[in-house]
Ligand binder design. Structure first.
Ligand code: NAP
Length: 338
């Protein structure tokens, strides 16, 4: 059976997800879309050579009897409202990160899903679907490097626009590490501190760049994450896990090694879309397959909530300079892995 998807938000990632669901992946088609810019939505479909119902209001996509499941790719402040409406309609929903603008908003989604009585929400955290992160997770889970003691991570972008501010280093950038590092270590954060080194001359007045975020987890693992969004040289994601018996690193994306002009070199990616292109395919194929099987297994509403609770503590730590507590309540049994 082909899963009929409705997509709310036809901006950059909305168009990418429509393309992959209709031209790359198996088992799904897009039957309805909406965007606040209706003409933009029509133009996006036309560029992709697709026909689908176009609605001005996302709620009409959710209500459509033709739509089996939803992809929410509209701008951040609309995610909670549309996800809650999808749950109320009893339809599975893939919601791009963040699940909501605040931890309280994410909690409302968690509570609505538990009340409904069945998992309906997958959050668009794609890194657990990345081949490199999966290989790293396997080494940790197998016990090959012993118990993890420390993680050294970096999230570097070549440059960001003037509209990118200090807090967005947490809410737009670190949010992916907040999810994937919980998943990698099978642990939750206990405390966080944010340290600001010397500011790069490439930044602007509303952005302190770089930043170093220091976590202690419940098991006592120490994690440092460098966020450097004007690093100039490329889009570079690093993760090194130091265990009791060895060290494991996230593999570099594959690139041709060259010997030329007395130099040994490999190129570095510059665009996040290229770095995780395969992971996006795998995460959405998993959503399509899981919906068809009737049970979701990807990043849950609880994972969206946990990342948001940690993000709130990071924002507090940015402002206070102090070590702040990450107060995540116990996970409801509803979200225990099957
Ligand atoms: P974008 O290009 O600005 O697209 C957002 C789209 O949503 C725009 O077309 C916008 O229209 C539309 N929109 C705004 N309000 C709406 C509403 N009330 N109902 C329906 N559509 C509405 O941004 P993007 O880069 O695609 O990001 C979209 C979402 O995906 C964001 O939440 C972002 O955080 C997330 N994202 C996730 C990843 C990831 O790695 N997982 C990567 C990129 C983005 P206008 O342009 O007319 O305002």
């Amino acid at each position: 059976m082909t899963l009929k998807l409705g997509v709310i938000g036809t901006g950059a990632i909305g168009q990418e997800h429509i393309r992959r669901c209709t031209k790359v992946l198996q088992g799904a088609t897009v039957v309805a879309v909406s965007d606040i810019n209706v003409e933009g939505a029509r133009a996006a479909l036309s560029r992709l050579g697709l026909q689908a119902e176009v609605y001005a209001d996302g709620h009409d996509v959710i209500k459509s009897s033709d739509v089996d499941a939803l992809l929410i790719t509209s701008w951040d402040p609309t995610h909670e409202e549309y996800t809650l409406a999808a749950i109320a309609a009893g339809k599975p929903v893939f919601c791009e990160k963040p699940l909501a603008m605040t931890a309280a908003g994410c909690r409302r989604v968690v509570d609505a899903e538990i009340k409904f009585g069945k998992r309906l929400v997958q959050v668009g955290f794609m890194r657990p679907y990345d081949t490199g992160y999966r290989a790293l997770k396997k080494v940790i889970t197998d016990g090959t490097i012993g118990e993890p003691l420390m993680l050294h991570c970096a999230h570097r972008n070549p440059a960001v626009p003037e509209s990118y501010t200090t807090d967005m280093a947490i809410t737009s950038t670190l949010i992916h590490e907040l999810d994937v590092l919980r998943w990698l270590t099978n642990d939750d954060y206990k405390t966080v501190q944010v340290v600001f080194p010397r500011v790069t001359s490439k930044s602007h007045s509303r952005l302190k760049d770089p930043q170093i975020v220091l976590f202690e987890t419940q098991k006592g693992i120490r994690i440092d994450v460098e966020i450097f969004v004007n690093c100039a040289y490329g889009y570079d994601i690093q993760c090194e896990v130091v265990g009791e018996e060895g060290v494991a690193r996230l593999p570099e994306p594959s690139a041709v090694q060259m010997r030329r002009s007395a130099q040994l070199s490999t190129s570095i990616l510059t665009d996040w879309k290229d770095r995780f292109i395969d992971a996006y395919d795998v995460e959405l194929q998993a959503f399509i397959n899981d919906v068809s099987k009737g049970s979701l297994t990807g990043p849950s509403a609880w994972d969206g909530y946990a990342a948001s609770v940690a993000a709130d503590a990071c924002l507090k730590a940015q402002n206070s300079g102090a070590i702040e507590q990450v107060e995540l309540p116990p996970r409801p049994a509803f979200y225990d892995k099957a």
